[in-house]
Design a binder for this molecule. Structure first.
Ligand SMILES: [Fe+2]
Length: 279
């Protein structure tokens, strides 16, 4: 199936060389060398440059109702402080821990949080702000520490909303703090619209939020050629995305040192509040 109208991406950054499409997904029995105990799906490896028409489907030049994803870059002042903290030079967990304890980093982190907060549509503090890290060279990098497995393409369930209420969940901000580019993989369909891609008799309409995963499996079973979108995020770039509402994953292929990122959840707008653009 061709790429359909769905979730839109907004950015002021150049998009040339940033977006790739795969011609669908395949079932995986092993992800990153770890056997799957579940039905896992991964993007096919045939990444290609999108056509002009596909870019039109994916991007909003101006923020509209369907604009849910934003690609952003840290302001110069925050980048300067982070570079000074040498976080990009960390090549193992011990060094990363010692850098994140340093006063240089704490100053940078404060500026980072202030910047992230300027995207919020609410006044509460971002949930679960953290510095994450992981191995390089993974086609599907998200790891479920509770189940000790790589889920492959998946939808988060932090807010545990039902399928048709997923668009009311918090979204996620993630900033690449590593030395190399990392990638965000996603399918541009909101959970409440999955029903349009699944046979009515197979679609599971229930009040159990866990049934979302069965519907995602049905979506991939019936639409194995639907394109996965791969978005390149250079160092100090990031995304805001509704990860409880779209199928997605991370990708650290091409990285050489260590995958390092900042992430937090909240109700984020796609752009920062003008009054707080102080950097
Ligand atoms: Fe996720």
């Amino acid at each position: 199936m061709y790429l359909q109208q769905g979730v839109k991406i907004y950015t002021k950054l150049p998009i040339s060389g940033r977006i790739f499409l795969s011609n669908g997904v395949e079932r995986a029995t092993v992800v990153n060398g770890v056997p799957c105990t579940h039905k896992a799906y991964v993007a096919k490896r045939d990444w290609r440059v999108p056509t002009a028409q596909e870019l039109n489907i994916l991007f909003d030049r101006h923020i509209g109702l369907n604009t849910k994803i934003s690609i952003i870059k840290l302001p110069l002042y925050v980048r300067y402080l982070l570079k000074k903290s040498k976080i990009q030079g960390a090549n193992n967990k011990r060094i990363l821990d010692s850098i994140t304890q340093s006063s240089e980093f704490k100053r940078a982190y404060q500026a980072l949080i202030k910047y992230v907060t300027s995207f919020q549509s609410t006044n509460d503090m971002p949930l679960n702000p953290s510095i994450g890290h992981g191995p390089v060279g993974l086609e599907h990098s998200s790891y479920n520490f509770t189940l000790e497995k790589y889920p492959g393409l998946h939808v988060d369930s932090w807010d545990e909303k039902l399928l048709h209420e997923r668009h009311l969940s918090r979204n996620r901000i993630l900033i690449n703090l590593g030395r190399d580019a990392r990638h965000f993989l996603m399918v541009n369909i909101e959970m409440r619209n999955l029903i349009n891609f699944i046979s009515r008799e197979r679609y599971i309409d229930s009040n159990n939020h866990r049934d979302i995963h069965s519907n995602i499996e049905l979506f991939f079973d019936e639409n194995p050629n639907y394109p996965v979108v791969k978005i390149k995020l250079d160092p100090f770039e990031g995304y805001i995305a509704p990860t409880d509402n779209i199928i997605h994953d991370g990708n650290t292929e091409g990285q050489t040192v260590m995958d390092i990122f900042f992430t937090a959840r909240s109700f984020y707008n796609c752009t920062a509040k003008p009054s707080l653009k102080i950097f």
